[in-house]
Design a protein around this ligand. Structure first.
Ligand SMILES: NC(=O)C1=CN([C@@H]2O[C@H](COP(=O)(O)OP(=O)(O)OC[C@H]3O[C@@H](n4cnc5c(N)ncnc54)[C@H](O)[C@@H]3O)[C@@H](O)[C@H]2O)C=CC1
Ligand SMILES: O=C(O)[C@@H]1CCC=N1
Length: 279
């Protein structure tokens, strides 16, 4: 599929992560990007990536929808109907790529009609550094070359995989939201360091080095299970053992797994409220 222009509708957090990733990993791609956003402040951020002539307010959404080959939707789920109305007539061939969490291909098909190609892509913010994890699911009738384009686009920003659509919601909670869980853990490590007497920036640097070491070890010993890694450090009756026992008494594992389940329930509830029948 030949793509000359990519319209990004909604230039917020995930779209800006994409732009940063493109600037690092595929700067040529930014030359064909057009963006619309509601707030002038948001648009002014985009001036570091995209020429001002390619930045639009929502009043330009119809122009963008006409002009661009790929229409990438990155507004909040609740803003999708309004955006659709502003986009006006969509004349095929167009490839619509929706990053919107929890809005099914069926819902999008009802919104945009069945004569456009629809792909859902669920990235995470690590696309900003070329380490994203993005899952894609294609609507019926999407040309293999269009799907290949989407996988290639997100593949340049990390890892891109194809999933059955029914797995996109669990994937959203695990991987789309996942960076937040990692940062929560880093913040906890930092807080612990500060409680033990280091200042904020030293503690933060320790926390990052620690996790970097953990990732390095997991890559160097791929056959070891997570529990084996823990046991490597957790000498019986030792200090790590004492800390781990305390965490286990606080049911931190159960609490985390229950929280993930709550995330899935939240997506289901959001879909129901929007009248989106589940896939
Ligand atoms: N933030 C993340 O890590 C991820 C977000 N997503 C999905 O991406 C979508 C966007 O999320 P965020 O970037 O976090 O939200 P955000 O609120 O930061 O960005 C949304 C942007 O869309 C703009 N917008 C709203 N209506 C518009 C319209 N009619 N025309 C033009 N711009 C409009 C808003 O002003 C805002 O700048 C959501 O549907 C979310 O589920 C998916 C994966 C990861
Ligand atoms: O929190 C959210 O709703 C979005 C979806 C994935 C990451 N952020």
């Amino acid at each position: 599929m030949k793509v000359s222009s990519i319209g990004i509708f909604g230039g917020g957090r995930i779209a800006q992560a994409l732009a940063d990733g493109l600037a690092r990993m595929a700067p040529d791609e930014l030359e064909r990007v057009y963006v619309s956003a509601r707030s002038p402040v948001t648009l002014s951020h985009w001036e570091k990536w995209v020429d001002r002539s390619r930045l639009f307010s929502p009043a330009g959404n119809a122009v963008l929808a006409r002009r661009c080959d790929v229409l990438l939707l990155s507004v909040k789920p609740k803003d999708l109907p309004q955006l659709r109305a502003e986009m006006g007539e969509i004349v095929p061939p167009k490839l619509i790529v929706s990053l919107v969490a929890g809005r099914s291909l069926r819902f999008l098909e009802e919104l945009f009609g069945c004569d456009v190609s629809l792909v859902r892509a669920l990235p995470n913010v690590a696309v900003a550094v070329g380490k994203g994890l993005t899952a894609c699911a294609a609507g019926p009738g999407v040309e293999p070359s269009s799907l290949e384009w989407v996988l290639g686009f997100f593949g340049r920003l990390g890892r891109a995989i194809l999933l059955e659509e029914r797995l996109l919601d669990p994937f959203t909670v695990l991987a789309g939201c996942g960076p937040a869980y990692g940062f929560l853990f880093l913040s906890l490590l930092t807080e612990a360091g500060m409680a033990l007497g280091w200042d904020d920036s030293e503690s933060r640097a320790f926390a990052v080095s620690l996790l970097d070491g953990v990732v390095g070890l997991s890559e160097a010993y791929p056959s070891l299970g997570w529990e084996e890694f823990v046991q490597w450090v957790r000498s019986p009756e030792g200090v790590t053992d004492t800390v781990c026992r305390q965490l286990e008494r606080g049911r931190w594992r159960e609490s985390f797994l229950e929280a993930i389940q709550k995330g899935v329930e939240k997506l289901v509830q959001m879909q129901k409220e929007a009248g989106d029948r589940r896939v």
